[in-house]
Design a protein around this ligand. Structure first.
Ligand SMILES: NC(=O)c1ccc[n+]([C@@H]2O[C@H](COP(=O)([O-])OP(=O)(O)OC[C@H]3O[C@@H](n4cnc5c(N)ncnc54)[C@H](OP(=O)(O)O)[C@@H]3O)[C@@H](O)[C@H]2O)c1
Length: 222
């Protein structure tokens, strides 16, 4: 069975991904930043690794811990929404924190683990329609929007740089989902959104590399 690395696997969408892939018999390598919180992922049948994706040194340590393990799918799911990001109250340090976690982390993870990709050879990043320039009709939320737009560009470049190695790189949009980040008013539950994104991942072809795909399979305009 395939092996998947999932970041942010201790709650929300990441935990649901871990649950569903483990239930299907996949080897799930769950990456969490706090080992105590990793319990839910290990109870779901995943092997737990610790890494704060904002810290390049921890990403280097994760690479060492995973050395020699063939990886089918790298799923960069960990993310934060951020605070103090309205016009008039922008916090520069907070802006950079959000970008480090949401955009730089996935890039460094892909750089570290791409040499180990085999089999399905997929790099997927959980992005957001809030990172779409075309979809931005309400403004605001500067750090989160900019971080996801940066993440989308990272995915596009990965799709080109890793093409010769046969790697397919995509950005995923989960929809608005009931998690700690999405809140309880969101229309989708995590099992539905994750089930949809798993169908998208299962149906990927080389021609999809570099695309931004919604959980229902439709393409999201950048
Ligand atoms: N929910 C939605 O409606 C929605 C919509 C669009 C996109 N998304 C995206 O979907 C992804 C998952 O979101 P979610 O709704 O599941 O959010 P969530 O419930 O808030 O979970 C976020 C996850 O990311 C982890 N994380 C945050 N910072 C990290 C870091 N520095 N290093 C490692 N892990 C870190 C968290 O770990 P801790 O428990 O340690 O904090 C947690 O596991 C995110 O990328 C988010 O932007 C969500």
């Amino acid at each position: 069975m395939p092996t998947i690395v999932i970041t942010g696997a201790n709650r929300g969408l990441g935990l649901e991904f871990a649950r569903q892939y483990a239930a299907d018999g996949w080897r799930v390598l769950a990456v969490v930043r706090d080992p105590v919180k990793g319990r839910a992922a290990s109870e779901a049948g995943a092997e737990v690794y610790v890494c704060d994706v904002a810290d390049p040194a921890q990403i280097a340590r994760l690479k060492t811990s995973l050395a020699g393990i063939p990886i089918d799918v790298l799923l960069c799911n960990a993310g934060v929404y951020g605070e103090r990001q309205s016009l008039g109250s922008i916090d520069p340090e907070e802006f950079l924190r959000v970008v480090r976690i949401n955009a730089l982390g996935p890039l460094l993870l892909a750089e570290a683990l791409a040499p180990q990709l085999t089999g399905l050879k997929i790099v997927a990043a959980v992005s957001s329609k809030m990172g779409s320039v075309a979809d931005n009709i309400s403004g605001g939320v500067y750090a989160y929007r900019a971080s996801k737009a940066a993440l989308d560009m990272v995915v596009k470049s990965l799709s080109l740089d890793l093409k010769e190695r046969g790697v397919v790189a995509v950005a995923l949009s989960p929809g608005w989902v009931r998690t700690d980040m999405g809140g309880m008013s969101a229309p989708l539950d995590a099992p539905t959104a994750v089930g949809g994104m798993r169908r998208v991942l299962a149906g990927l072809t080389p021609g999809d590399s570099g695309k931004f795909l919604h959980w229902d399979g439709s393409e999201v305009p950048w």
